[in-house]
Design a protein around this ligand. Structure first.
Ligand code: PGA
Ligand code: ZN
Length: 426
């Protein structure tokens, strides 16, 4: 049973305050988690409670969320069985009492939900991936490594937020990391040689002053080849345009390119990129409020490309079911803090898999040294993780945890590779 619940303010990878929670059980087992934070958030995400006091942390303080954990939430959780995750999460949600977890804050609730799971795993002396996933949890995910940053994650003119590489042809997860690192460093050299900055954005990818998606994709494809890999066969490309960020008044505003595109023109542009480059997956190709565009693109390229909904679903099972029913996307991005409890995040994965969809466990652009999502990717068997570049410890910590899990599983470990993309588009 839970003996003690403590929260504090720590800083995330952008230097912003966030909630960290410690839970201690009666037997002394401990769980700790720090909550991530997004920059290009979906409109229907659960509420991240910020103090809004401009004199402290530029208004971004989490004193109230921390106080909620240390007060009301601790009082509710103390004495509960940490191994009853569903019961605990239901109690947290009921205590909050609002649809978006707006009263206590999803950042407060998520910290407690995840810390409880980690404490319960520790009590059973099991690693988190096995505690949550059972003895069959042995699938190491295909990593989507974000090596060029744009959009809301960098100060460059690139309209699209993320350009990623996915080592579909690696034999093991450790090899996938090596391949990613080699391409990352090759890309650095190529950018330098072309006179570009090699400073990195929020997720550790380079943030050169490129203007078009083609330029970024050309640099990435060339780096894959120069590093000795075959684009497509060894390493697939992945994009997250984060299209909600530049959709206004029914138009997609490409500020960097200096053009506006109608939803059909935007979809045409994406379809051309998908066909011209070895693109295996696109996240948020269309805006969260452009469901017609989403359906049009899914019908058009969904048979040959994974189309992952981030902003459009917000890891929310009800929104996901609606998307499955109406032909929006064929895959869901899973960000635990978008929905606020572990139980609800796991439900999104289950619902996706039941529909023959894929699920991708994901970090946020504001992260910490916390590696919980690495274990979650293995526990769910979803076979895909998106957790940034091959730089910045807030990103590499997750890759390093997966390397350890692969080693611990030994002969039993399986690396998902290309097979992870099946289901979404055959
Ligand atoms: P965010 O970005 O964490 O800033 O929302 C990640 C994403 O859009 O996938
Ligand atoms: Zn996204």
């Amino acid at each position: 049973a839970v003996r003690k619940v403590t929260a504090r303010t720590v800083v995330d990878s952008r230097g912003n305050p966030t909630v960290e929670v410690d839970i201690v059980l009666a037997d002394g087992s401990r769980g700790r988690t720090a909550v991530p934070s997004g920059a290009s958030t979906g409109a229907r995400e659960a509420v991240e409670l910020r103090d809004g006091d401009p004199r402290r942390w530029h208004g971004r303080g989490v004193d109230r969320a921390v106080a909620h954990v240390n007060g009301e939430i601790a009082a509710t959780v103390r004495g509960r069985d940490a191994a009853d995750q569903e019961g605990l999460d239901a109690a947290l949600t009921a205590l909050d009492g609002t649809p978006g977890k707006a009263r206590l804050g999803a950042n407060a609730l998520l910290g407690v939900s995840l810390a409880a799971a980690k404490a319960a795993a520790a009590a059973r002396r099991q690693p988190l991936y096995r505690y949550l996933g059972g003895a069959g949890a042995r699938l190491l995910p295909l990593p989507m490594m974000n090596i060029v940053n744009g959009g809301a994650h960098a100060d460059n003119p690139l309209d699209y937020q993320e350009f990623m590489i996915a080592p579909v042809g690696a034999a093991t997860f450790a090899e996938a990391v090596r391949m990613g690192s080699e391409v990352f460093h090759t890309l650095r050299r190529d950018l330098l040689a072309a006179g570009h900055s090699t400073g990195v954005g929020d997720e550790g990818g380079f943030a050169p002053a490129l203007r078009t998606a083609e330029e970024a994709l050309d640099f990435v494809t060339a780096a894959v080849e120069r590093a000795g890999y075959r684009p497509g066969a060894d390493i697939g490309l992945v994009m997250d345009p984060a299209s909600s960020e530049f959709f206004r008044d029914g138009m997609y505003h490409y500020a960097g390119e200096g053009v506006r595109r109608t939803p059909s023109e935007h979809a045409d542009h994406l379809a051309r990129l998908i066909d011209a480059y070895p693109v295996v997956s696109v996240e948020d190709p269309m805006a969260e409020n452009d469901l017609d565009g989403w359906r049009e693109l899914t019908a058009r390229v969904g048979d040959r490309c994974q189309l992952t909904g981030d902003d459009v679903f917000c890891t929310n099972e009800a929104l996901l079911r609606e998307g499955i029913r109406t032909g929006v996307a064929n895959s869901v991005l899973v960000k635990v803090n978008q929905v606020g409890t572990l139980t609800e995040a796991l439900a999104a994965v289950t619902t996706a898999h039941r529909a023959g969809w894929t699920a991708v466990v994901s970090h946020r652009s504001g992260e910490t040294e916390d590696t919980t999502i690495a274990d979650l990717a293995v526990a769910t068997g979803c076979g895909q993780i998106k957790t940034g570049s091959l730089s910045r410890s807030d990103r590499t910590a997750k890759y390093n945890q997966l390397i350890r899990i692969e080693e611990e599983l030994g002969e039993a470990a399986r690396y998902a590779g290309r097979s992870a993309l099946r289901g979404a588009h055959g």
